[in-house]
Design a protein around this ligand. Structure first.
Ligand code: TIU
Length: 240
């Protein structure tokens, strides 16, 4: 085991007790009994035309492309009995949790709280704020409404994970360099080992997605690990 990467031993294999996932920058020692899946912001507001993402001038089609991969990852996690968390970037209808610095930023076609074709932009309970049907939460799964980009800021997520003894988080969702990366960094600082599933995350900017994957796993995994869904599936299959 090296100080830089507690998930590997000197031969590059996994530590005892973990399932070796072929990840970067080194194998990820998955402790399935203490792992949870965190799916970030797979909402109509980001993935469908007419929501927050398109109001910012983005082409949302790239995000829609990962929906089948996220659905497959959800099926894998549910099959393994993992605790599953879904987040939604959202604000109270009175916008009391939306700082002016967020609402007034830039020159979007619609601002947070404005009426759009899917209801008020990024407001809790509006049609556009819902998670898309194909990756909708199942009964018993935790849905976290978060006013910020990070899943831990102003939420009870950390308490919910600690109460269940969760120590590892597998991440998916959108967008890679904004809410996914922010949440991973928050989780890393709180002591969770984090694995980002490469094909189950997307950005409006492919170069930003690639850069984010590289920065997460740089310096021996400064923020965490990344792996394709197939690698996670293969490791979990081999363990059974
Ligand atoms: N704009 C952008 O890329 N993302 C966000 O505003 N929120 C999330 O990433 N969910």
């Amino acid at each position: 085991m090296t100080a830089e990467n507690p998930g590997t031993d000197e031969s590059g294999g996994t530590t005892a007790g973990g399932i070796a996932v072929d990840a970067s920058p080194a194998p990820f020692a998955l402790d399935s009994a203490h792992a949870a899946l965190v799916v970030i912001d797979m909402q109509r507001d980001f993935i469908e035309p007419g929501g927050f993402g398109s109001s910012l001038g983005n082409d949302v089609a790239l995000l829609a492309g990962i929906v089948p991969d996220v659905a497959a990852l959800l099926a894998l996690a549910r099959g393994a009995g993992w605790f599953v968390v879904h987040t939604r970037e959202s604000h109270a209808p009175d916008l009391s949790d939306c700082p002016p610095a967020k609402r007034l930023r830039g020159a979007p076609s619609l601002r947070v709280g404005d009426p759009g074709p899917m209801g008020r932009i990024l407001v809790r309970g509006e049609p556009g704020n819902a998670i898309v049907d194909a990756v909708a939460p199942a009964p018993g799964e935790l849905v976290v409404d978060k006013p910020g980009k990070g899943a831990f800021y102003a939420t009870a997520l950390d308490d919910a994970l600690r109460a269940r003894g969760i120590r590892q988080l597998v991440f998916a969702g959108v967008t890679t360099e904004v809410c996914v990366q922010t949440s991973m960094r928050e989780a890393n600082d709180r002591g969770y080992e984090c694995l980002l599933v490469e094909d189950a995350t997307a950005s409006y900017f492919p170069a930003f997605k690639q850069a984010t994957l590289e920065m997460i796993r740089s310096q021996g995994g400064i923020v965490g690990w990344t792996a394709p869904l197939a690698a996670l599936r293969a490791a979990m299959r081999d363990a059974n």
